[in-house]
Design a protein around this ligand. Sequence first.
Ligand code: ABU
Length: 508
Amino acid sequence: VDVCKQEMLQKKNAVLVDGVILNGPIMDSKAGEKFVEEACKIIMEEIVQKADDVTEKVCEWQAPEMLKQILDLEMRDTGECHQKILQLCRDVIKYSVKTNHPRFFNQLYAGIDYYSLVARFITEALNPSVYTYEVSPVFLLVEEAVIKKMIEFIGWEEGDGIFNPGGSVSNMYAMNLARYKFCPEIKEKGLSGLPRLVLFASEECHYSMKKAASFLGIGTENVYFIKTDERGKMIPEELEKQVQRARNEGSAPFLVCATAGTTVLGAFDPLDKIADICEKHGLWLHVDASWGGSALISRKHRRLLHGIHRADSVAWNPHKMLLAGIQCCALLVKDNSGLLKKCCSAQAAYLFQQDKFYDVSYDTGDKSIQCSRRPDAFKFWLMWKALGTAGLEERVNRALALARYLVEEIKKREGFQLLLEPEYANICFWYIPPSLRKMEDGPEFWQKLHQVAPIIKERMMKKGSMMLGYQPHRGKVNFFRQVVISPQVSREDMDFLLDEIELLAKDL
Ligand code: ABU
């Protein structure tokens, strides 16, 4: 650097301010390009090309203290050479969980979609922020087109929407919007003077309902949880009772949040019956279809969401079942009169100038509660263009057929016990190891069974052979929740999963 500085100073036109030479860019573009090229090669070799290789590990488990040492996390005064940084990239990949591995069944997302991956590369490289047409012309039009298409699948004739950083945020938007519709003056006046607002969601709803109620100042005590049946579906008669209860208490019911695809059991609430109750009581109906919404793409399975067209708003995450890449989450709203914008806008004059030279109705960023916003619709759009609706439909149908296959295999095998017949891609089951099979049913049996899934989970992660979630749930001791999503997954992986559990637990 000093040599360059000397050379520059000797040139007549060197411009210095505060001792800083301002001539020419300070970045070495050629070296930067070479670095990107080499890093892309690593990404190809270590992630993309290994994504369907079952001989690779799903994870390379290290305890946090050990991983801290391996990764050399310290950030120092002087930078490090490219070779060292490339090695860091390799380490990051090595010790990260391969969520695109065919045996990653841990969450409500999995697998790799090549088109959405490329879309992400493009948007990462372009680094746009989706608020105004002037900085995001393509991505704003893409978002509009995707929202329009999603609205069609819900069955609305028109509507509005916005992509958000997660289904939890979509649910929060819906709550805010429903409240704004109920009492528009809240935007200016705030919470003071409002009656006690009450909303309703099933006992099985996503935890974001509580978070949203807390964040928005509604209060978690004002979320009335509605009893569910043995399959985890909201019981409409119980909803009716709770609405009456809220009214008798003098509170103001304003919103029902139904769920289409609950997190643990994958249950779908009876939307039509819930919509009847909402209509009768004048309540906003929001459907959290973050997980189950993708079934709308399938002619065979869309009946799971029968009645969704009657909702006022819907949260739907194409990053889950459809593999659009985290994060890709839309809040869709039936209203087409600009309610979303009226609710969220703050009219920043430095972004949303009304005297621009183009049609400013395309500056849709003020509908968002964010300022900077990622172009998440683009990865869904590119994937949809490449696969067509038929390809997306095939993806959903295959995942659900594989789930069915696994269910039938579970029924055949000794030691495996289903919690319930699944409706969707969540297969919940216990594994009863040999030593517990002859034990009498009773508290001791369940207490021992509770300990089994965590041990098997630890063993699978330390071996790196697969990843599968477990949890206790509503009085039931720890059980596995297998989630089937990825098109990379095959029948053999389903068989492997069961064989591997037996193998890992043979001494239990
Ligand atoms: N809302 C996503 C929950 C995380 C999971 O169970 O995969």
